[in-house]
Design a protein around this ligand. Sequence first.
Ligand SMILES: [Zn+2]
Length: 157
Amino acid sequence: MTLSPAIPHISADLTKETRHALASKLGAAGLRVTEPRLRLAHLLFRHGDRHVTAEALRDEAQASGLKVSQATVYNTLNQFQAAGLLRQVQVDQARSYFDTNIDMHHHFYVEQEARLIDIAANAVEVARLPDSPKGYDVDRVEVIIRLDKADSTSDKP
Ligand SMILES: [Zn+2]
């Protein structure tokens, strides 16, 4: 996965074909196609797999000339998530990312850079889990490995 710069350029590349493809994607997920949803979907999905916060997406929307409120962005992201187009990765109580990679996978989280990095599902093996409380089944196990940036002044071998 390559990381693109934070702010993409004006969404002049929202061509008729792209609109049509995105409208199909939204429709297939059971979502009504609206202009804000189309434009936000375009910003979200045009650069491949990525992790984005609601705040960052709003900044991108504004930079691309789309005037939407933070609430609209937040609602749209939640609707996309509920429809299975995104997954939410809750890093801590204050920070939540929306992930366009909806396949099962895990994450590194770099605190200092507020950045998530994908880990392939098969790269993590959970050897032992406790018994679930009575009446509950494990849905899935998602691992977040928190990273500290290595101190470049220390000279570890
Ligand atoms: Zn991810």
